[in-house]
Design a protein around this ligand. Structure first.
Ligand code: TYD
Length: 145
C-alpha cells in the first residue's frame, strides 16, 4: 500500500448527485454521461446483487479511486467514515448517485431483498489502491491537519 498518496477527505464531501432522468407513463430512464454527472471519468463499472440478509460489504478505503454508488433496485445504507466522523447514508433512489471521494472508509449494509448496488469507479481495479486495515486507515487519517 502506498500510504503517501492517501487522500484526506471529509464525510461531508460524500454527497448525492441528481442523475438526469427522463420519466413518463411508460417508465423512467436515467442516464450517466462521463463528466456530465460526476467529477471523474468512468474506467470501471461493477454491481453487487444476490446479497443475503445481513450482508456487509466494503470495509475499506481507496487511495485514489473515486466512486459513484447507485441503488439500482431496493435499498441499502452506506456508512462513511473520514477517520474523524462517521455518517450513515440511506440509498433507495435509482435517480441519485452517492459520490464517495478517495480516502473515505465505507461499509455497505442493510441491503433489502433483491437490491442491486451499482458502482461507477474512476480507476481500474488494483488491490494496491485499497486500505483494508481499519487501524492503518486511522493512522493515515490521523495525519490530517
Ligand atoms: P471488494 O472491493 O472487497 O468488495 P466489496 O467492497 O463489495 O465488499 O472486492 C471483493 C473481491 O472482488 C476482491 O477479491 C476483489 C475482487 N474485485 C475485482 O476483482 N475487481 C473489482 O473491480 C472489484 C470491485 C473487486
Amino acid at each position: 500500500m502506498n500510504s503517501y498518496s492517501h487522500r484526506h477527505s471529509d464525510i461531508n464531501d460524500c454527497r448525492f448527485i441528481d442523475l438526469k432522468t427522463i420519466g413518463h407513463s411508460n417508465g423512467r430512464l436515467t442516464v450517466m454521461e462521463n463528466l456530465a454527472v460526476a467529477p471523474f471519468c468512468v474506467r470501471r463499472v461493477y454491481y453487487l446483487y444476490d446479497l443475503p440478509a445481513g450482508a456487509e460489504r466494503g470495509g475499506h478505503s481507496h487511495l485514489e479511486t473515486i466512486e459513484l454508488v447507485v441503488a439500482l433496485a431496493g435499498s441499502f445504507d452506506v456508512v462513511v467514515d473520514d477517520g474523524h466522523n462517521v455518517k450513515r447514508i440511506s440509498l433507495n433512489n435509482p435517480a441519485k448517485g452517492l459520490l464517495l471521494p478517495a480516502g473515505i472508509w465505507r461499509t455497505l449494509d442493510n441491503f433489502s431483498s433483491g437490491s442491486i448496488c451499482l458502482v461507477l469507479a474512476s480507476e481500474k481495479y488494483a488491490e494496491d489502491d485499497y486500505v483494508r486495515e481499519y487501524s492503518e486507515f486511522k493512522k493515515l487519517t490521523a495525519e490530517k491537519e
